[in-house]
Design a protein around this ligand. Structure first.
Ligand code: SAH
Length: 244
């Protein structure tokens, strides 16, 4: 039985699964698959030279299926919630994440990925196309949060017919590639800062942030949040943080 509450839409087309794995260019490394379900993508991943494959799945029934159908010694199955999973607990510094995400909680999984960015140089996620577009080109607190630390790349779109059951939306596979260096330390504070300036998007910045902070960060107090570049968000946050 597939469960709606866990966003279970299984990818079935072998050609697509193969392509997704190719995009991830997996070498002799540690891979984590989010939401493996019955293991279709998992089996394709196991054809690569990966060193270890952690599977993080929330549904106990899927866990049972995985245990029965996968016997590869490199696989470690973890029954956990990927929106809250502590990736540092695995004990590796360079994880490659991949998954056909449950769309209802995809943004929480992405947010959690950023919290563990120090352990995750690459992630490859299948998400709702509209969400992917907003992350890559749009403006929301989450898109800025993600793009502060990762370069995003659109890889391919997949129509609903390649899933069982077909979702109501188009899907996209995207790459998160961590940027070389960004010294923002307190991510919770940064999230709070972003969510507060993204509330009431139309308001000019002067009505949300003290004018002297804006001047100090060389940002026009009359501009709106959508007019800032990622570097300007970072600059503004740094000045703001030092004043608070
Ligand atoms: N990768 C599989 C299944 C994708 S469907 C395939 O492509 O065929 C999404 C999967 O994520 C389901 O197996 C679902 O049970 C699991 N899932 C849903 N919420 C989750 C969460 N919070 N943490 C981990 N796995 C979750």
């Amino acid at each position: 039985m597939l469960k709606k509450k866990w966003g279970q839409h299984l990818l079935i087309a072998g050609g697509i699964l193969k392509k997704l794995v190719e995009f991830a260019q997996i070498k002799d490394e540690i891979v984590v698959e989010i939401g493996p379900g019955p293991g279709n993508l998992t089996k394709e991943l196991l054809r690569t030279p990966l060193k270890k494959l952690y599977l993080i799945e929330i549904d106990p029934e899927m866990i049972e299926k995985l245990k029965k159908s996968i016997s590869d010694k490199r696989v470690i199955i973890i029954h956990a919630d990927a929106t809250k999973f502590d990736f540092s607990s695995l004990g590796y510094k360079d994880l490659k994440l991949i998954g056909n995400l449950p769309y209802n909680v995809a943004s929480f999984i992405i947010e959690n990925t950023v919290y563990f960015k120090d352990y995750i140089p690459f992630a490859y996620y299948m998400i709702q196309k509209e969400v992917a577009e907003r992350l890559i080109k749009g403006y929301s607190w989450l898109s800025v949060f993600v793009r502060t630390f990762y370069n995003l790349k659109y890889l391919m779109s997949i129509p609903p017919r390649f899933f069982i059951p077909p979702p109501k939306v188009q899907s996209s596979f995207i790459e998160f590639k961590r940027k070389d260096f960004e010294e923002i330390k307190d991510l919770i504070k940064y999230k709070k800062f972003l969510t507060s300036i993204f509330a009431q998007k139309r308001k000019i910045l002067r009505n949300k942030i003290p004018e002297n902070v804006l001047y100090k960060a060389s940002i026009n107090p009359h501009s709106r949040v959508e007019e800032l570049s990622i570097n300007e968000f970072i600059r503004l946050f740094k000045v703001f943080e030092n004043k608070n």
